[in-house]
Design a binder for this molecule. Structure first.
Ligand SMILES: *Cc1c(COP(=O)(O)O)cnc(C)c1O
Length: 373
């Protein structure tokens, strides 16, 4: 049976994974979520014997169930190849009492490579499967790392164009240079006056501009998104949590079933949400520890149950975490409200109008998987 995807904000008809990847997000402004979260089928001990590509297939086939085995394996093999500087793809290293999953071995050194190296393949495969025949125009807002990783992923990919918007004074000079020096006839990079939230909101407005979308269609083009709101980015991120666990298992550091805590530096809540889905798929995870910098909306949310973006935006040395509207949190809000799109939509409306919302005690009670730092 196919896993279908529906909006966090309305009860519109669910669509397949490939359709959701192609569209990016639903017209109602919500995000696509799986109608149910599948359990891992392959045992952890068996996964421990597989390489990164093998684990990737066993995890992703469950969530992207309308891709054929051949399609998905081609995407995985095209993404996780010698573009990465190690065959392990994501080596796990010990230092002191902690283990570090090295997600920086991809072409741009950003951990975003883990997902953005496969997204273009998932997307072009989705376009073929769904017979759209239209050129895909990727719009991406970036606080630094996503931009370069997305540009590297899509540069030169047939049937796609990519436009990246970044806050002119909100990324590091290395990141800016990485982006503006990208080669590729299908790439564009634009610095905006404003911060990341402004860039993200403006991109969202373009996506939902009906007249613009229609004009694009008349010219044989359609928008899609390479931001972490696309399930084509979220799904590949679930893989490395499972991979990390199974490496510990393979090395005899843990026994099957032992819980492992994951600390995740968090901005748009994509990476840690992938860990949450990994846990819901049956990975033995103890706590998901959400790490924030001075823009600590998420720290405060998990501590108090109130999300409040009405505060000063601080530019820090970790610009990828300088975010006051964590888009992917909407998916968690949807799930902890009992997969209730109406409730979720009400919270998001409140956020848009007042910049804050407060979840119910029942919802807070379901945040036990999370801790903060
Ligand atoms: C993207 C990024 C983050 C934030 O990840 P989210 O998925 O947006 O929470 C944190 N650190 C670095 C270095 C990043 O590139």
């Amino acid at each position: 049976m196919d896993i279908l995807y529906r909006s966090t904000r309305s009860d519109s008809t669910p669509i397949t994974a490939s359709q959701a990847i192609l569209r990016g997000f639903p017209e109602d402004g919500g995000l696509y979520v799986p109608t149910f979260v599948p359990a891992l089928e392959t045992g952890l001990a068996d996964l421990a014997k597989m390489d990164y590509r093998g684990v990737a297939y066993e995890v992703m086939r469950l969530l992207l169930s309308d891709y054929t085995e051949k399609e998905l394996k081609t995407c995985i093999d095209s993404a996780y190849d010698c573009k990465f500087d190690t065959e392990e793809i994501a080596p796990l290293r010990k230092s002191g009492d902690a283990w570090y999953l090295e997600l920086f071995h991809g072409p741009t050194i950003a951990f975003k490579d883990m997902a953005l190296s496969i997204l273009p393949y998932l997307m072009t495969t989705a376009a073929k499967k769904n017979g759209s025949g239209r050129e895909i125009v990727i719009l991406t807002a970036t606080s630094g790392d996503t931009g370069k990783a997305a540009l590297a992923g899509f540069a030169g990919v047939q049937g796609t164009k990519i436009m990246v918007f970044y806050p002119k004074h909100g990324v590091s000079s290395i990141q800016e240079r990485q982006m503006v020096t990208t080669v590729g006839a299908n790439t564009r990079v634009i610095g905006i006056n404003g911060n990341f939230d402004d860039a993200q909101t403006s991109v969202k407005n373009l996506f939902t501009d009906k007249a613009l979308v229609e004009e694009m269609a008349q010219h044989g083009m359609q928008f899609s998104s390479a931001n972490s709101i696309n399930i084509g980015r979220l799904t590949p991120q679930i893989v490395y949590y499972v991979y990390a666990y199974t490496r510990l298992l393979a090395d005899g550091v843990i026994k099957e079933g032992d819980p492992v805590n994951y600390v995740v530096p968090t901005g748009n809540f994509g990476n840690i949400l992938a860990a949450y889905y990994a846990k819901r798929m049956g990975l033995p995870v103890g706590k998901l520890i959400c790490a924030s910098n001075s823009n600590k909306v998420l720290f405060d949310f998990f501590t108090t149950g109130e999300y409040d973006r009405n505060r000063k935006f601080v530019l820090t040395s970790s610009p990828s975490m300088d975010i006051l509207i964590s888009s992917n949190l909407e998916r968690l809000i949807y799930h902890i409200s009992g997969d209730d799109a109406e409730k979720c939509a009400a919270f998001m409306k409140e956020l848009k109008e007042t910049g804050r919302y407060c979840i119910t005690p029942e919802m807070r009670a379901q945040l036990g998987d999370f801790a903060v730092m």
